[in-house]
Design a protein around this ligand. Structure first.
Ligand SMILES: NC(=O)c1ccc[n+]([C@@H]2O[C@H](COP(=O)([O-])OP(=O)(O)OC[C@H]3O[C@@H](n4cnc5c(N)ncnc54)[C@H](OP(=O)(O)O)[C@@H]3O)[C@@H](O)[C@H]2O)c1
Length: 242
């Protein structure tokens, strides 16, 4: 038989298939074992700052964190929505779990620094940050002005950079911390109409990857999430003109 006679379908005999199945099952079992032995991260009694915590994914994450006993600071711009979210979440506080809010825009480092300082004064130095605040500005590339691309990068990418900058010195000082960046499925696939949004989320992948290596030595873990469309809020789309 020459290499050209190679027929993939006739290759593995019945014994070959069993061997193949055994190797796959073995690998899956080892992976399950590895996952179950990994230490679980506990948020109990930890101070977690959630940007964009007054609505949608951020509020849902805050709820889960409170159920796990965390002290949670919701950070966003609109005080009325933050107050409403705190009122809604308070009944979920049990044990040491507590919830508060800080008003700030992630487009403004001065506001962010003040908000993080106020949060730290009340709940202690932040142990974790969920950098979730962001929004999409869908539109066709040919129709969108450059200013839309600028405001999207300022909010989604630089806003995340500013948020991390605001918490990371305290984490370095404590020798521990946890940063979770909320990107999007659009960080992996280019969808029509998302040319101003997707690149900002792709940029977050690069940022998270670099920081994961750079901050490891300080005891700070960096993770990134790629949520798909979540029907949690009607406010996540900003007009392309803003
Ligand atoms: N929902 C989805 O289907 C989906 C899918 C993939 C990825 N994502 C990503 O997941 C994150 C959350 O999305 P979502 O749909 O849950 O959002 P959402 O419900 O629209 O909530 C956005 C949150 O961010 C806050 N926010 C907006 N601009 C801000 C700013 N400049 N500074 C501080 N806070 C700001 C909002 O409050 P204020 O307006 O009061 O500031 C609000 O709390 C975003 O990064 C989004 O790109 C969402």
């Amino acid at each position: 038989m020459t290499p050209l006679d190679f027929d993939i379908f006739s290759l593995p005999s019945l014994t070959g298939w069993w061997l193949y199945a055994a190797v796959v099952a073995g690998a899956l079992t080892l992976d399950l074992l590895r996952r179950s032995l990994l230490p679980r991260h506990s948020f109990a009694d930890k101070h977690v700052i959630v940007t964009g915590g007054s609505s949608g994914i951020g509020k849902a994450l805050a709820l889960e964190l409170l159920r796990r006993g965390a002290r949670v600071t919701l950070l966003a711009r609109t005080e009325a929505r933050l107050k409403a979210a705190v009122d809604e979440l308070k009944p979920s506080c049990a044990g040491t779990a507590r919830v508060r809010y800080s008003c700030a825009s992630i487009t403004d480092s001065v506001q962010l620094d003040k908000a993080v300082a106020a949060a730290a004064a009340e709940f202690g130095a932040p142990h974790a940050l969920i950098a979730n605040a962001g929004a999409a500005a869908p539109g066709l590339f040919l129709e969108m002005p450059v200013s839309t691309f600028e405001s999207q990068i300022d909010l989604n990418y630089l806003g995340t950079v500013r948020s991390i900058k605001a918490v990371v010195p305290a984490m370095v000082e404590q020798g521990r911390g946890h940063i979770i960046v909320v990107a999007s499925a659009a960080a992996n696939v280019g969808f029509l109409g998302y040319s101003s949004y997707a690149p900002t989320k792709w940029a977050l992948r690069g940022l998270a990857d670099c920081l994961r290596n750079e901050l490891l030595g300080f005891g700070i873990a960096v993770q990134i999430a790629y949520p798909c469309a979540a029907p949690l809020s009607s406010s996540r789309v900003v007009p392309t003109s803003s």
